[in-house]
Write a protein that binds this ligand. Structure first.
Ligand code: ADP
Ligand code: MG
Length: 212
C-alpha cells in the first residue's frame, strides 16, 4: 500500500482494533508491575480516536490525522502513557509536515521523532524497562532498512520486528522509570506493558502497510 492518508486511516483503525483485542492482556501486564490500568487507558484513548477519525475532513493529510491521534490521546488517556504516546504521535506527525505520501525516509523520520518525543517527555533510556525499549530499536532497524533501500512497508516491518524483540527484552529488567520502578527486583520476569503496546502500534502500522 502507498503510505498515504488512506493508509494512515487504516493504521489508526487497526491500532484501535488491536488495542481493544489486547486490552485484557495489557491490563494483566500492568497488574503485574503497575496499577493494572494500561489496557483501559489505551482503550479509552483509542476509542475516542476512532470516533474522531470519522469526523476528519476527506482531504486530511497523514500528518493532520496523526496529530489528531496525539491531541486525543493527550486529552483522554489518564496515566503516564497518555502524554507519552500522545507526544510520540505529536512529534511524529510534526516530522511529516504536509506530505501526502510517506516514503521510506519519512517513515524513519516519523518513528525517530516519535521516539525523541517520548524521551523528551519521560527521560527514559534504553534498558529502563519502558516503551522506549520498543521505540528505540524500532528506529534503529527502520534507519538501517531505509539506508539499504527498503520500501516503506519493509521499513515498517523491520521496525515492527525490532519493537517486538525490544518489548520482549524488557522481561529480565529492573524498571528505572514509572510505577514499576517502585518494585525493584520484583519487576524482573515481567514484560513492560508500555513497551508491549508500543510494539503492537508499530505492528499495526506494518500490517496495514503490507496490505494491497
Ligand atoms: P500509569 O503508569 O500512570 O498507570 P500506564 O499504565 O497507562 O500509566 O502506562 C505505563 C507505561 O508507561 C509503562 O509500562 C511504561 O512503558 C510507560 N512509562 C512510564 N514512565 C515512563 C517514562 N518516564 N518514559 C517512558 N515510558 C514510561
Ligand atoms: Mg498503569
Amino acid at each position: 500500500m502507498t503510505l498515504d492518508a488512506h493508509w494512515t486511516r487504516a493504521f489508526i483503525e487497526r491500532t484501535a482494533d488491536v488495542v481493544t483485542e489486547s486490552r485484557a492482556a495489557l491490563v494483566e501486564l500492568d497488574r503485574e508491575i503497575g496499577d493494572g490500568d494500561h489496557g483501559e487507558n489505551l482503550e479509552r484513548g483509542f476509542s475516542a480516536v476512532r470516533a474522531k477519525l470519522a469526523t476528519q475532513p476527506d482531504d486530511a493529510t497523514p500528518g493532520a490525522l496523526l496529530k489528531m491521534v496525539a491531541t486525543t490521546l493527550i486529552s483522554t488517556v489518564g496515566g503516564a502513557s497518555g502524554p507519552l504516546l500522545g507526544t510520540a504521535f505529536l512529534k511524529g506527525a510534526g516530522a511529516l509536515g504536509d506530505a501526502s505520501v510517506l516514503d521510506a525516509d519519512a517513515v524513519v523520520a516519523f518513528l525517530s521523532a516519535a521516539r525523541d518525543g517520548v524521551v523528551l517527555r519521560g527521560k527514559a533510556e534504553v534498558g529502563d524497562k519502558t516503551m522506549i525499549d520498543a521505540w528505540s530499536p524500532a528506529v534503529e532497524a527502520a534507519s538501517e532498512a531505509a539506508a539499504g533501500g527498503a520500501t516503506p512497508a519493509t521499513v515498517l516491518r523491520a521496525a515492527s520486528d525490532a519493537a517486538a524483540a525490544g518489548a520482549a527484552s524488557t522481561e529480565p529488567l529492573v524498571a528505572r522509570k514509572g510505577r514499576a520502578s517502585y518494585l525493584g527486583e520484583r519487576a524482573v520476569g515481567h514484560r513492560d506493558p508500555g513497551a508491549q503496546s508500543s510494539s503492537l502500534i508499530i505492528q499495526a502500522a506494518a500490517d496495514t502497510a503490507e496490505e494491497a
